[in-house]
Design a protein around this ligand. Structure first.
Ligand SMILES: N[C@@H](CCC(=O)N[C@@H](CS)C(=O)NCC(=O)O)C(=O)O
Length: 206
């Protein structure tokens, strides 16, 4: 039994989706970010950075959504989360997950938490350019070798990408303006795991 500390639509979303895709028994603990519950001393003991997600695995608190996705794929090898260990597709899968986490996730963190940097129009424009350059690259990849990041095969990397696309929905150019990305999102959003998560987390907006 896993325990996921989450907030609706936050970085915990990909971990929640992975648990649903794997059919893994889990319980959810809501962390109310508006009420600053992530700064609560009891929560900080689990996650000293004061962010979601945290996933309890065999009594151990673990963090970083991309790492949790990789861990769940390892622990649930029969799930659709990742191709089999030792295959070329699995090697590509690691690359995509770390790329998404390193580039998009870190840029989005600064986009949503401008207090971490100087919040000037120039900084904001630079972040927007950085995020849009990633959409360019991913759209070209999916157009040439899609429809998923691993070609014909869906994987947890597509869950991570679609969550990150969702975060761009209120940006000047949302990711869905890139056609191959839009097609990928349509496929992922049609999955039962995505629809179930929306019900459980009470999400409405794309
Ligand atoms: N790289 C981290 C990002 C975690 C993160 O920044 N979570 C945000 C929500 S998406 C959070 O908890 N923010 C609350 C805060 O910083 O106070 C991950 O993927 O787990």
């Amino acid at each position: 039994m896993y325990t996921l500390y989450y907030a609706p639509g936050a970085a915990s979303m990909v971990v929640h989706l992975a648990l649903l895709e794997a059919g893994a028994p889990h319980e959810l603990r809501l962390v109310d970010l508006d009420a600053k519950a992530q700064r609560d001393p009891a929560y900080l003991k689990l996650n000293p950075r004061g962010v979601v997600p945290t996933l309890m695995v065999d009594g151990q608190p673990l963090f970083e959504s991309a790492a949790l996705l990789m861990l769940l794929a390892e622990r649930h090898p029969d799930s659709p989360l990742a191709p089999p260990q030792g295959t070329p597709a699995r090697a590509a899968w690691y690359s995509w997950i770390v790329y998404l986490s390193n580039t998009l996730m870190s840029a989005f963190r600064l986009w949503f938490y401008p207090q971490d940097l100087d919040d000037t129009p120039a900084v904001r424009a630079a972040l927007q350019r950085k995020i849009e350059a990633v959409w360019d690259l991913l759209d070209a990849q999916l157009s040439a070798q899609g429809p998923y990041l691993l070609g014909e095969r869906f994987s947890g990397a597509d869950l991570l990408l679609t969550m990150l696309m969702r975060w761009s929905r209120n940006m000047p150019r949302p990711a869905t303006e890139w056609p191959a990305l839009q097609r990928l999102a349509d496929r992922v959003r049609a999955r039962p795991s995505w629809q179930r998560l929306y019900e459980i987390e009470g999400l409405r907006e794309w």
